[in-house]
Design a protein around this ligand. Structure first.
Ligand SMILES: C[S@@+](CC[C@H](N)C(=O)[O-])C[C@H]1O[C@@H](n2cnc3c(N)ncnc32)[C@H](O)[C@@H]1O
Length: 245
């Protein structure tokens, strides 16, 4: 991905979930930020005084986070396998990564493994059907006759009850899922430029289309996004908290 475009665009949206994500791990000494992207969780955890390790599957994200936050130990790693010993962390936080991993159950087992007994897990993901900020882009692609990216394997796991059951099956205790809603106020031109420019699996394809096709998607985007220009896109995220017994 283009990590700088991600940081200018999507990370301004994802950072709204960071405070509730870290609410139960504020006193963690050793914290793992999994799927760190451009480092919004790393930045907040460092400010709270944690020793932060951050990993991401994408080398460009690793490079950007390492450059921005030299106080963190940043390396490349891809769930469901992590290059850490059992019980190495007091807390694991993953902001909008669990919905990208290929095997949710195996990833949860791996996150449990690297937590010490009593350690805390916090994971966020988007509430299905309530993520207007990207729905306008996928709807615009569909209206222009383009498939909006690869199928999302996480969809079946995305409900709070189903996810809490997966956490229990992976060996976590005290699983709770909260919901957070906010409005993403953003310049609509800038949102298009940065999200398409980030080159991710879902919307990066728009930038690789012939100009006429990309222009058609853009026209549909402008129509679909216009109602949100003043008050922003309504979005809702789920945040799961759990503890390794
Ligand atoms: C939506 S971004 C979230 C980034 C950051 N946590 C934030 O809140 O802005 C998802 C991140 O997860 C990373 N990712 C996707 N699949 C992954 C996997 N299997 N293991 C580790 N990271 C992964 C992507 O490269 C991307 O940086």
């Amino acid at each position: 991905m283009n990590a700088d475009a991600y940081d200018r665009g999507f990370a301004r949206l994802s950072r709204h979930a960071v405070a509730p994500l870290l609410a139960r791990s504020r006193s963690a000494r050793r914290l793992l930020d999994v799927g760190c992207g451009s480092g919004v969780v790393t930045e907040a955890a460092l400010a709270l005084g944690s020793e932060v390790t951050a990993v991401d599957a994408d080398p460009a994200m690793v490079e950007l986070t390492a450059r921005r936050f030299p106080g963190a130990a940043v390396r490349r790693a891809t769930l469901p396998e992590l290059p850490f010993d059992d019980g190495e962390f007091d807390a694991v936080a993953g902001n909008f990564v669990i919905n990208h991993v290929p095997d949710t159950a195996a990833s949860l087992r791996e996150l449990r493994r690297v937590l010490r007994p009593g350690g805390t897990l916090a994971l966020s993901w988007w509430a299905a059907g309530e993520m207007t900020a990207t729905a306008v882009l996928s709807d615009a692609m569909e209206a222009a006759g383009l498939a909006s990216g690869p199928p999302r394997p996480f969809a079946a796991d995305a409900g709070p009850e189903r996810f809490a059951a997966l956490l229990a099956a992976a060996g976590f205790a005290d699983a709770e899922v909260e919901s957070v809603r906010w409005r993403h106020r953003v310049d609509l031109d800038a949102w298009w430029t940065e999200v398409v420019g980030a080159g991710g699996a879902r919307f990066g394809t728009i930038g690789r289309q012939p100009a006429a096709v990309a222009g058609l998607v853009r026209a549909h985007y402008e129509r679909l996004a216009a109602p949100y220009a003043r008050d922003g896109f309504p979005v809702r995220a789920h945040i799961a908290h759990a503890r390794r017994p």
